[in-house]
Unconditional design. Structure first.
Length: 171
């Protein structure tokens, strides 16, 4: 029960924006995991199906054949890059939500100062933690997502290039 209590205390200190950062981070990581599952379990099947379609053609050098090859490569590119733009958007959203937490936390600090009429550090401590914890959380979530977003973009490019190389143009 100690870990649950620690997480609960952390979430309370961070304020309501921290829940939003948590949801965005969860969705981002679910999409990252989905992309890795696709690459390790489904990508080879999709490539083999496209290669079989290309191999079943009798000729590979006409204008029509080049267009079919382009479509096959484009289909694989779409499958490889599915969701990567959304992952990039979620990575960019994390620090922005952290900044929102900073602003709301500082508003709480200013409210305390206005109500008490002084700058009592004990009274302002809750607002200060609500302004720094979401900022840190948003940055940590974004940094973890950036690394895997770059790896997934590179993986998609490599897989599409590898697939395109497997399709021959001439008989």
């Amino acid at each position: 029960m100690g870990a649950f209590e620690a997480i609960s205390t952390f979430m309370e200190r961070g304020g309501p924006v921290l829940y939003g950062i948590g949801v965005v981070t969860f969705v981002m990581w679910a999409m990252i995991v989905e992309r890795y599952i696709y690459y390790y379990f489904f990508h080879k099947q999709a490539c083999q199906k496209a290669i079989q379609e290309w191999s079943s053609r009798k000729e590979h050098s006409s204008w029509h054949a080049h267009k079919i090859r382009s479509r096959l490569v484009s289909d694989i590119r779409l499958q490889c890059s599915a969701g990567l733009v959304l992952i990039s958007g979620l990575v960019a959203l994390c620090p922005l939500l952290g900044l929102l937490g900073t602003v709301t936390g500082m508003m709480e600090v200013f409210d305390v100062m206005a109500i008490t009429g002084s700058s009592n550090p004990r009274a302002m401590a809750g607002g200060v933690s609500k302004s720094t914890i979401p900022t840190m959380s948003g940055m940590v979530a974004a940094l973890s997502g950036i690394y895997f977003r770059i790896r997934l973009n590179n993986k998609a490019s490599e897989e599409v290039k590898h697939f395109a190389d497997q399709l021959g143009l001439a008989d």
